[in-house]
Design a binder for this molecule. Structure first.
Ligand code: SAM
Length: 237
C-alpha cells in the first residue's frame, strides 16, 4: 500500500525514521545510503516520547540530512503526522507531507468490504477507540448516524464501545468485522456482529494491529467473496 511518492522518498533519504507498523519489506526499499532509525510508539514496547521524535527530526534536518519520517498508513490519520509537521514548522525546518493509504480504508478494501456502496451508506466514520473510557467521543451520537464506523486502536475498549453503540440504537445484529494485519502476510479477517464482536476478538485471541468495522457494508463481503477467492486461486496458478 506504499504510495509512489513515499517510495521516491525512501530512495532519496539519508535517514529513515520509522515506526513499528512499517513492514520490513517496505524498509528494504530504502536506498543503500539510508540509515534506518526506529522511533516507534506501540503498546507494550519501549516507546519514544512524541517530543523526542519531533526533536530528533529537527536535529537530523539541522545536521543537513535528508530525512524521511515513515509511518504506517497515512501519516495524518491517527498518526501524529500533523503534530510532527507543526513542530517542524515551529522550528523553521522545511518539509513536505507525503500521503499514504490509511489502514481503515485499505484494510476494508483488502477484506472485500467496500467502504461505500450505493444504497447502503453515503458516509463512513473513522474513529479511534483508545482512551474511550475518558475521552469525549459520543458513541451514541455516532450510532444514530446509521453510517458504518471504522475503529482504530479499539481492541482494549471494544466491549465498552460496542455497548455504547447498542445503547445509541445500533441493532445488536449489526454486522461487524475485525481485520488484523490488513494487507500484510499474516492478515486475518473475523466476521461477527456488534453484540458478539468483543467476545469474538477475545475468543480468537486477536491483537494489534487491527481495525474493526461495524455496519451493513460488512455483509457485502459475503456477496463478493466467492469471486475474490476464485481470482486469488487463479492468480496463484
Ligand atoms: C497509531 S494508529 C496509525 C494509523 C495509520 N496512520 C493509518 O493511517 O493507518 C495505529 C492503528 O492503526 C490501525 N492499523 C494500522 N495498520 C494496520 C493494519 N495493517 N491492519 C489493521 N489495522 C491497522 C490499528 O488500529 C492500529 O492500532
Amino acid at each position: 500500500m506504499l504510495t509512489l511518492d513515499a517510495l521516491a522518498g525512501l530512495s532519496q533519504a539519508d535517514v529513515v525514521v520509522h515506526d513499528a507498523l512499517v513492514d520490513r519489506r517496505v524498509l528494504a526499499l530504502a536506498g543503500p545510503q539510508a540509515r534506518l532509525e526506529f522511533a516507534g510508539k506501540r503498546g507494550g514496547r519501549p516507546s519514544a516520547e512524541q517530543d523526542d521524535i519531533s526533536n530528533r527530526l529537527i536535529e537530523l534536518a539541522r545536521a543537513g540530512k535528508r530525512v524521511l519520517r515513515l509511518k504506517g498508513g497515512d501519516p495524518c490519520v491517527f498518526g501524529r503526522g500533523g503534530e510532527e509537521a507543526l513542530a517542524l514548522k515551529a522550528a523553521g525546518v522545511p518539509f513536505r507531507i507525503i500521503p499514504g493509504v490509511t489502514a481503515g480504508l485499505a484494510g476494508l478494501t483488502a477484506a472485500a468490504i467496500p467502504a461505500t456502496l450505493r444504497g447502503i451508506n453515503r458516509a463512513i466514520i473513522l474513529a479511534a477507540g483508545y482512551g474511550a473510557d475518558q475521552d469525549g467521543v459520543d458513541w451514541g451520537a455516532l450510532a444514530r448516524t446509521g453510517q458504518p464506523i471504522v475503529l482504530y486502536m479499539a481492541m482494549r475498549n471494544l466491549a465498552k464501545i460496542a455497548d455504547e453503540l447498542m445503547r445509541g440504537g445500533l441493532p445488536p445484529t449489526t454486522p461487524a468485522a475485525i481485520v488484523v494485519s490488513a494487507t500484510m502476510v499474516d492478515e486475518r479477517i473475523v466476521l461477527s456482529t456488534l453484540d458478539r464482536v468483543a467476545a469474538d476478538a477475545q475468543a480468537h485471541q486477536l491483537g494489534a494491529p487491527s481495525i474493526i468495522v461495524i455496519g451493513n457494508i460488512v455483509s457485502v463481503r459475503e456477496r463478493l467473496i466467492d469471486a475474490v477467492h476464485m481470482a486469488e486461486s487463479e492468480a496463484a496458478r
